[in-house]
Design a protein around this ligand. Structure first.
Ligand SMILES: Cc1ncc(COP(=O)(O)O)c(C=O)c1O
Length: 438
């Protein structure tokens, strides 16, 4: 390792301050995390954004490589810039074979018809992630993880020895599972997927076609928390690699999806535009966390003049983040991070909504999201089912984006805002509609 084993590589736990060098220890769960300590342990990827910034490539994992920790690890471990291009390029070729496409920047455009239908006085931008690998933004999270694993293997760091003997494990009922299985297949890495009994049949079929081992997890009466998450964590205890999208289980989870914000920020800069507000549908919270981190980095390097207000949108049938947000009123965030259960608890009733994909019992990445809402003057809003249905109808009627109810749910927050004084707003439309909700 060179002297670059510096702040630009280290992961830091936002709960206890533990520091992890990803060349020497896996930045997955925080090494200090202990059951019942009530600290919100999440290893956060470095927020360094060295110059020069974005490259000219269209693949976000090449374009923004200098802002990604696996790239910096690769360089610190002696791999060349060309070697990184090879790692990304090989996966890209394999992705094209598995899913007919590689990673490319996705469209981020103004949607005047949608804005007009909603009665918004200001511009409304939509990022179309339905066109991404496997039909959602989830692939960005998981590509970040896979690139880290590949760098460990290729650079022959001791941590990478026998890595292939360990299976990947993820808990998910839909988009994240599909993205994980596609990327695992492209990397030829075995994967176990833990799903609920009501997972969409077409999704389960595709997971099996991709070679994933699928295990159905039943919710037992009186059990709190997601049984699939519990099962995936047990697999990790037995040596599987956490290959999911929840920060507490893997500190790399959020980082790859920062690229979404980088892309949005670059488009805004190119068009001389700014955003006032960003509406994000929140389930486990990794998407909102990644967007907040990405916009903060983009503002730090001057790509955008300001970080938009973050509005987290949850559904009435499962709103643990919105509940935590209320409980946090007047409480210092430093206190909250050390008293997790006073704020974030699993949802008490069985979660239900048309926006099936954001029914996470807990908002695992809640603390980064509430921090961003505090810093940007944002808030958490709860959309009822009528608003979720209307948001989906508006997207169908006024855009050419075929998002699912889950992926259009952020727009339900904009519906409630009633124009908000001509603010420039954005949503992320994700999770391509697969017939029935998945
Ligand atoms: C289409 C879509 N949008 C948004 C989300 C929310 O992401 P997160 O769970 O990271 O909050 C999900 C999660 O499954 C999703 O599938």
């Amino acid at each position: 390792m060179t002297r670059e084993t510096s702040a630009s590589l280290l992961f830091v736990c936002h709960g206890c301050g533990a520091v992890v060098d990803p060349a020497r220890a896996f930045p997955f769960a925080c090494p200090n995390a202990r059951a019942g300590d009530d600290i919100d342990h999440v290893l956060v990827a470095p927020r360094e954004a060295p110059d020069p910034g974005a490259g000219a490539e269209d693949d976000p994992f090449l374009r923004y490589r200098r802002w990604l920790s696996p790239y910096r690890l690769a360089r610190a471990a002696g791999l060349s810039d060309d070697a990184w291009h090879d790692v990304v390029g090989e996966l890209d070729e394999a992705l094209k074979a598995v899913d007919d496409r590689g990673f490319r920047r996705t469209p981020f455009v103004r949607q005047p018809a949608l804005a007009a239908a909603l009665g918004l006085a200001g511009p409304l931008w939509a990022k179309d992630e339905t066109r991404n690998i496997s039909g959602s933004h989830k692939a960005r999270h998981l590509m970040g993880l896979m690139l880290y694993l590949r760098v460990l293997e290729i650079s022959r760091l001791p941590l990478g020895a026998d890595l292939r003997a360990r299976r990947l494990a993820i808990a998910s009922c839909g988009n994240a599972a599909l993205a994980a299985a596609v990327i695992a297949r492209a990397a030829d890495w075995p994967i176990d997927v833990f799903i609920p009994p009501d997972a969409e049949r077409s999704v389960v079929r595709r997971l099996r076609d991709l070679g994933a081992d699928v295990e159905t997890c039943i919710r037992r009466p009186g059990e709190t928390g997601d049984p699939c998450v519990h099962a995936a964590r047990r697999a990790v205890d037995r040596d599987a690699i956490p290959f999911g999208v929840q920060g507490p289980d893997n500190g790399l989870a959020a980082e790859g999806a920062r690229t979404l914000a980088f892309e949005m920020a670059e488009t805004l800069a190119a068009e001389g535009a700014e955003l006032d507000v960003l509406y994000v549908q929140v389930g486990g919270g990794a998407l909102a966390s990644a967007l907040a981190q990405g916009f903060a980095i983009a503002a730090g390097v001057g790509l955008v003049g300001r970080v938009p207000r973050l509005i987290a949108v949850q559904v009435a049938g499962c709103a643990p983040l919105a509940r935590a947000w209320k409980r946090l009123d007047g409480v210092a965030l430093e206190k909250a991070v050390r008293n997790r259960s006073r704020f974030m608890q699993p949802w008490d009733s069985v979660p239900a909504s048309l926006a099936h994909g954001i029914l996470d019992d807990e908002t695992y990445d809640w603390w980064e999201v509430v921090k961003a809402m505090r810093e940007t003057g944002g808030e958490a809003v709860v959309a009822d089912e009528v608003a979720i249905e209307r948001a989906l109808e508006y997207v169908r009627a006024h855009t050419d984006v075929r998002a699912s109810a889950t992926g259009a749910a952020g727009l339900a927050g904009a519906l409630a805002a009633h124009g908000a004084h001509g603010a420039a707003a954005a949503v992320v439309l994700s999770g391509v509609e697969r017939g029935a909700e998945g």
